[in-house]
Ligand binder design. Structure first.
Ligand code: SAH
Ligand code: SF4
Length: 467
């Protein structure tokens, strides 16, 4: 198996199926409606935008309620068991809609069903699901959907593959000012707890010229925030004669005011060069999401993370010295197989040392087919739950004060709309990727403004426009 690009011919074939589906749905006598939902990470959300793009070209409109839809599609996540359980629950709940409307097409795609045992379970448990397709055939969605309409029987398509890169698919972007741009797909790191390399195939970078042209186009058409996506953006371009800092340097060079963010940055490949590029840039976000996973070197080794806490802390210190206003966030796993109380306490120590602005914390979830799934895991779920709550408490008290260091400073903020909790306030994001709420008129929406920060909340800043 090898990673390959989807050829222009193959894409043309899909364009042909797009027209065929259009011809079918035209006969419905109404605009067909799709309800789609993507679970999990930003990469999955970005995949969902391509699926929506294909649906729009196939003549579909969109609805927020599955009940009225002609097509319901769940794009799933496999990273933890609770994500999978939620999908099983939500798909199960579609049964009575399908009974009321037997013409409804139900599709489940993405990482979860790329695992053979899950695809099998989905097939057995939910005979009313019409279409199941994996991550490597996402670009063939029009052909698969046409198959359902034409043959009227269920299709399951989850071939194994090292992965493909498909350029030129239509995209229906879900946000007005922010656009996600995948720069690479898959992962080669094989962290022992993680199912991603299994379900998303080998690491493959998009051509630098494609990425640069896409970002330039988005900036020119008025997008103000571009989020670059990859499981390990720091290893971007190894096979393309380009490295990630150099890509960032190039993306920093367009005219106009805009922000570039990226995730995820793996500590093993994070370099001083990257931090220098951010520090010296005009447009790159002063936010580094640097998942540490554990503060114990023994556990990091068992996780196959390829860095130790000394290297990690050196990076953090360098980032703080070069970019004093940086926002630092992380991911942490509690209860990895064989983790002891001592290992766990080292994680707490590291958190206190780094003083993260926020941390995404997870209890270890056993994933079939990973190395960690074979390891001894003697600590009880109850004990892990206790540690998890301790971790939340520590991060809670750190996070509560973390943003106070911004009070009194003036931040450049992209205003994205009215506040979610307070309609009277505008809300936006600062260069550090922090939510900032402030008073102002609708004319500021979509614009950058200088905001003087007057108050810090644990999850946001409150400010006043300058001048
Ligand atoms: N590529 C990114 C992470 C992608 S998965 C990176 O390496 O940083 C997002 C996060 O989910 C991980 O950072 C990890 O903290 C968590 N995660 C992944 N697999 C998990 C598992 N089996 N159990 C619990 N958390 C997990
Ligand atoms: Fe999973 Fe590790 Fe790859 Fe991240 S780097 S996607 S945690 S295997």
């Amino acid at each position: 198996m090898a990673v390959s690009s989807v050829s222009e011919e193959e894409l043309n074939e899909q364009r042909f199926f797009i027209q065929r589906v259009r011809a079918v749905t035209h006969l419905f006598g109404h605009t067909p409606l799709a309800f789609t939902h993507s679970y999990g990470c930003q990469q999955n959300v970005s995949d969902g935008e391509k699926i929506d793009g294909m649906l729009a070209e196939m003549g579909f409109g969109f609805t927020d309620s599955p009940e009225n839809a002609d097509l319901v599609l769940y794009n799933t996540c496999a990273v933890r068991e609770n994500a999978e359980n939620r999908v099983f629950g939500n798909v199960g709940a579609l049964k009575h809609y399908k009974e009321k409307n037997p013409e409804m097409v139900i599709a489940v795609c993405g990482c979860m069903v790329q695992q053979e045992h899950i695809a099998e379970r989905m097939k057995q448990r939910f005979p009313f699901v019409d279409l199941i397709f994996g991550t490597h055939v996402q670009h063939r969605f029009p052909e698969l959907l046409y198959g359902i309409y034409e043959k009227g029987r269920r299709i399951v398509c989850t071939p194994e593959s090292d992965g493909v890169v498909a350029e030129g698919l239509p995209v229906r972007r879900s946000e007005k000012f922010r656009a996600s741009v995948p720069i690479m797909y898959g992962c080669n790191n094989f962290c022992t707890f993680c199912v991603v390399p299994k379900v998303r195939g080998r690491e493959r970078s998009r051509e630098p010229a494609e990425v640069i042209a896409e970002v330039r186009g988005l900036v020119e058409s008025g997008y103000k925030e571009i989020l670059l996506l990859g499981q390990n953006v720091n290893s971007y371009g190894k096979d393309k004669g380009m490295n990630f800092p150099e890509l960032l340097r190039q993306l920093d060079g367009f005219d106009g005011e805009y922000l570039i963010e990226f995730m995820t940055s793996h500590p093993k490949d994070c370099s001083h060069e990257l931090i220098d590029v951010i520090a010296d840039s005009r447009h790159i976000s002063h936010h580094l999401h640097l998942p540490v996973q554990s503060g114990s070197d023994r556990i990091l080794k068992l996780m196959n993370r390829h860095y130790d806490t000394a290297k990690y802390l050196e990076l953090v210190d360098y980032a703080k010295s070069r970019i004093p206003d940086i926002q630092l966030t992380t991911d942490i796993i509690v209860g990895f197989p064989g983790e002891t109380r001592e290992d766990f306490l080292m994680t707490l120590e590291l958190m206190k040392r780094v003083k993260y602005d926020s941390a995404y914390t997870f209890i270890y979830s056993r994933r079939e087919g990973t190395k960690a799934a074979e390891m001894e895991d003697p600590v009880s779920g109850e004990e892990k739950g206790k540690w998890f709550r301790e971790l939340l408490d520590v991060q809670g008290s750190l996070g509560e004060k973390a943003y106070e260091r911004y009070v009194g400073s003036t931040l450049r903020v992209l205003c994205t709309g009215r506040g979610r909790t307070d309609e009277k306030l505008l809300t936006g994001r600062s260069r550090q990727n922090i939510i900032v709420d402030f008073a102002g008129g609708d004319e500021l929406i979509g614009q950058f403004a200088d905001i003087r920060i007057v108050k810090a909340l644990p999850w946001a800043l409150v400010g006043e426009p300058e001048g």
